[in-house]
Design a protein. Sequence first.
Length: 251
Amino acid sequence: MAKKILIMVASPKNERSGTLIPTKAFVDGMLENGDYESEYVFIDRLNIKPCRGCLTCWGRPDGSCFIKDDDVPETRKKLEEADVVIWSFPLFLFSIPGQMKVLLDRIVGMVHPYMGQKLSGGNSTPDMNKPMHGLQHQKPGQKIILLSSCAWMDIDVVYEPIKKQFDIILGRGKYYLIACPQMRALHHRGGERRLNMLRKRYAAGGAELAKTDAISKEAIDLMQKPIFGEDAYVTLVTEFVTHMFDRDDNF
Ligand SMILES: Cc1cc2nc3c(=O)[nH]c(=O)nc-3n(C[C@H](O)[C@H](O)[C@H](O)COP(=O)(O)O)c2cc1C
């Protein structure tokens, strides 16, 4: 039976999301190199009521939320059953977009409850390989990929908060983070040649995952490599922002 790739698209731009460009290439790379099927879920279009903060989900054996009359129960089922979950999101204020946060809060019952556990290694030298929570309702062998794009070039710095957050929640090594820099300008000003260069790198990353069940550091480094040189990018991005309203593709 074909393995399921679930793509959770968190950009409010939905189909017009720039992050979808590398995401789709990665997924296509998987589809072409293994027995997979894919489903894209556009989070922005779902009806998601915000978490009420009761934490009663942690008291239920299945970790389910008491709110049943929106799209979260069905979405959670998909998240539990997928073999590969790709969270495709733009970096917003060095964090995840609000739509994704509202969904994640509602599925907090998918991680082990907090019952006073401490970071192993202590607070000063924490061992992030041991998560504080860890998933408790996850298909065995499920892979989780955070595939994000941003405007900045210095991804080590700008993705530090995301890394910290997901290391604490899931545990280091329990997910892959792939960060795609310069995306907004690349999307609008990159041209087909550069976009195809980007697609090729991501398709190779997806192919590697399909063939080897893992993504190497080399493949991640290549996917994350900026397409524009630093000086050219500064000029481009300055021009892009200065002439924001000369274009008709902002909204
Ligand atoms: C509200 C908002 C906040 C943003 N914050 C950041 C940020 O902190 N760092 C960054 O590099 N880019 C930031 N960006 C730029 C987006 O991450 C970038 O344009 C991304 O590629 C958009 O992806 P999308 O087209 O899939 O939505 C922000 C954009 C918006 C709209």
